[in-house]
Design a binder for this molecule. Sequence first.
Ligand SMILES: [Zn+2]
Length: 377
Amino acid sequence: MEINQQIFDKFIKRINLGGRLPVEELPNRVRSLFDCIKERANHKIQMVYDSPNRKFVPIHCDFIDNSKVNAVAFTDNQDYIGINAGTVVILYDLFHRMLMHPGILRSVVPAPGYGGDVPYPPPFMPIVADLRLHDIQLKTSSNPDRKAYADILTNMALDFLIDHEIAHLRNGHVDYLCHYSNKAPFIMEAVGKNLNEHLSLTYQTLEMDADSVALQYNFLAILDYSKSIRDKTKNLQSWEKPYIREDIAIFSLLYAIYFVFRIFNQQSWSIDELKTSSHPPTPLRYQMIFELVNKVANKHGYKNFTYRKNKLLRLNRIVLSEAENAIELLTGKRDNLRGIKNALHPKSYSHITALLNHWKIIRPELDSFNRGGNLAP
Ligand SMILES: [Zn+2]
């Protein structure tokens, strides 16, 4: 192992997450998935490293030999990002299963004559309980447009997650928590429970900040890409088609992000946990992302962004109904009603205000830990 890989492995073992995943020993068909994600992560890291206002040490991105859904950002002389193998496989598997099913996302990726793939995809998430990467079959749709769209959603979800982790490091979140709470210098994405109120609000506001940075990068990137290929009508490749229409590109990003939140927090949540968890509950977290879309587009003066509030609200409803419809078709049950009902509770509204007020307290304290990141105002 290279020295960075050894340090990564040691730290991951120390916090009981497993160890470094020996990607180089995996069969080629699985390895290429991990290699592709690492290449995308390294490209993002290089872009941050090249930016003019950096106070930045290099980041090493690697994978964790663990079948559960998790990711971690940590510091050990330099910066590290670790993504659990379970996170990668479940996102890939989830989106590809959806696109194999004839009743899911059909209005987004029309496939005339497509009747679904056989064998019929088994229920949501069984694969992660027993992840044997050497034996794993990564199934995908036989329809090229649907396969390409599943790849796009997988990449969008992982890009968002990687930018979220970079933000934890670059905006100084990891150093800040280490300094104030005397904990080891890391932040994990699996939802922590039973925190005291102050620590819970602090974690949640840092999560909001990381989400906001990640949304900003990825949202502007897809708008740019959508604009760059809009006039192209001939020889469209399968992976370009979903970007031709701005509304479908935005839908895809929001849909992918919704499932990032959904897989990291699969449990129903109760109102009582609002001030004891490390992350805001999925519906609130997603709602904050959605509110940001309009703000980010306006802030950047994105002239071609034609979506006004009412169109966005419609798009948002479509994201939520497509997402929950997909879960229902894959699992055979509608399981998020309680989550959505809780999100409409008055205590949920006042929780968002509490988070924004808490951000005002910790925002000035973060300044001295910021390493060239864009902290929210
Ligand atoms: Zn986070």
